[in-house]
Design a protein around this ligand. Sequence first.
Ligand SMILES: C[S@@+](CC[C@H](N)C(=O)[O-])C[C@H]1O[C@@H](n2cnc3c(N)ncnc32)[C@H](O)[C@@H]1O
Length: 225
Amino acid sequence: MLATITNIDSKRRESSLTLSWAVEQLYKTLDGGPLRKAQVVRLMLAWGNYGYAAGASYLCQIVQCAQSPEYKRYLECGTGVSTILLGVIARHCGGHLTSLEQNQHWAEHMRRVVSNLGLTQWVDVRYCPVVERSGDYDWYCVDVSELSDIDLVICDGPTSQTRGGRIGCLYELNHTLNAGATILLDDTHRKDEQAAIAQWSQTRPISTQTFSGLWSKHSKVTIRS
Ligand SMILES: C[S@@+](CC[C@H](N)C(=O)[O-])C[C@H]1O[C@@H](n2cnc3c(N)ncnc32)[C@H](O)[C@@H]1O
């Protein structure tokens, strides 16, 4: 059953003037150097969707990685304000973003936003329902062989009620991620996400750094050789 996106009409309005203005400020800052937290917070405020949108600390971590030259091909699980931020950085830095979205209405909404902001060339939003992938977890229905050369994964989905949580991220992408690739996993204050990292470490050699935001934690998981 398709989950309801609350207040999608107000989300449409949010995606207009204030958002365009906040995005314009991002480009101006990028022309002069790295993005600052104030610009990221401005974008968050313009976006709204509180309760679902990524927090400032996680978004700043995304900025830090996406702006660094070793990451050029980004894969995002769970779309929203992070999609806009990554799209703007991809456009400015010559990167590309593929975004997986499990909710059809939200995917259509995100495609419209991406198009209105002139980011279609840099952002590919794909509607991928969450389906059974193995005996013990569900994940996005996507052909992973099409997702080669990914060096940065932004893992903020599927939603928390998904069977197995976000554990499928490394299991499904294992063969496409080379040493040095990084997964930015949000919500690692939660037991399911902590368990995912513990199980990933049985699959691949990884190093993990965890950061605290205002309300939550997130982790940078790097694949080692
Ligand atoms: C944690 S959210 C992803 C947030 C995104 N990375 C961002 O920075 O805004 C995970 C999923 O929640 C769903 N979602 C987003 N906004 C929603 C809303 N207002 N109501 C219900 N579901 C929502 C979407 O399917 C999304 O992929």
